[in-house]
Ligand binder design. Structure first.
Ligand SMILES: [Zn+2]
Length: 351
């Protein structure tokens, strides 16, 4: 992987605002990336962006999601403060004191999420989303509205992109790092002869009930599908690898199973396709963790059950502090994920 070029694209992708239903800015960045190599893209009726790299062999669909969890303005108070509703599993407990951006027709409006100063707060009581409020520096509801803020305006944290020694911290690495991997896969493969007919889908509304990817699978009828998304790690002092050994810096993870209890959402990778990927990782000397995680799901989850069904597996990159404004990923994990995806395209599974 050309890490420098990858980081430039990743920063642009993470900076774009794209909560479920508002992914347009992310699609625009992606379209610009694909134009560099004149790779054909199209956007379907619900906003999914699909890139095509023609080749001879099985039809292969790789999927990453464009959206990020975030917030909608649900109420504008008479004194100009904004109240919020959550979209997807955004970490609202990380909001107090954050700089945020509210999307409007006139561009993004900056604001901050208010909090009671520690001088006044009786203790460190946890935040309650219903009581959080955003201050955009205006004195009245009418002024807020004149800036273009309305009920339903999307809000995300202000992007901060920090490259550490071997790692990167940003909002929405889930799943913009997956998007950036597919962009750089296409950059490396463009103009080469492919042993498969390759489609790259950047889908909407994963964070909202995982619905976005289904029309793409229905439309393309691929022979198999691989989803690329973030997974949780358990290697921090608060979690201590008690539930799982999934860690940052130990390579990408092949998803065995995930599940969100109580929501009826879950995914199990297709056994044959998963074993093919595991064999490729071994041949290519790519370290591969095995992922069993609860509390998460992924855009690929409903795809085995579209129409007559498709073989689907999921490859994950480990991510700390998921859905917070400061997610952390490891650049070597991402480079190794790209190597494995490349191997899967060059030696496609034939069922
Ligand atoms: Zn994700």
């Amino acid at each position: 992987m050309n890490k420098e070029a990858f980081l430039i694209d990743l920063e642009k992708l993470c900076a774009a605002q794209g909560i479920p239903g508002f992914e347009g800015p992310v699609a625009e960045v992606l379209r610009g990336c694909f134009q560099r190599k004149a790779i054909e893209t199209r956007i379907d009726k619900i906003g999914n962006l699909v890139a095509h790299l023609p080749g001879k062999g099985p039809r292969v669909l790789l999927v990453a999601h464009m959206d990020e969890p975030g917030y909608l303005v649900r109420k504008i108070l008479p004194d100009g403060f904004l109240q919020l509703e959550r979209v997807g599993g955004a970490a609202w407990n990380a909001l107090p004191g954050q700089h945020v951006l509210i999307g409007t027709e006139n561009g993004a409006i900056p604001g901050v999420v208010g909090m009671t100063p520690p001088h006044i707060a009786a203790g460190n009581s946890p935040a309650d989303l219903g009581r959080l409020f955003v201050d955009i520096g205006v004195r009245s509801q009418a002024l807020a509205q004149s800036l273009g803020v309305e009920i339903g305006s999307p809000m995300t944290c202000k992007p901060v992109f920090q490259v550490f020694h071997e790692r990167v911290a940003a909002k929405s690495l889930d799943d913009r790092a997956g998007c950036a991997l597919l962009v750089h896969l296409a950059e490396e493969l463009a103009g080469t002869e492919l042993p498969c007919d390759l489609y790259l889908a950047f889908v909407v509304q994963e964070e909202n009930l995982l619905v976005g990817a289904q029309p793409v699978a229905y439309d393309l009828q691929p022979d198999w599908i691989l989803g690329i998304d973030a997974t949780l790690t358990y290697d921090t002092p608060d979690l201590g690898n008690v539930y799982s050994d999934l860690s940052l810096g130990k390579g990408p993870a092949i998803k065995i199973m995930d599940h969100i209890r109580g929501r009826g959402q879950g995914f199990i990778s297709h056994g044959g396709l998963r074993k093919h990927l595991e064999r490729l990782a071994e041949q290519e000397n790519i370290p591969l963790q095995r992922e069993i995680a609860t509390g998460i799901s992924t855009a690929a989850a409903p795809l085995p059950f579209v129409q007559a069904g498709f073989p689907v597996a999921a490859l994950s990159f480990p991510l700390r502090y998921s859905h917070s404004p400061a997610e952390v990923a490891d650049l070597e994990d991402l480079a190794q994920a790209l190597d494995l995806i490349k191997a899967a395209v060059r030696t496609p599974w034939n069922g």
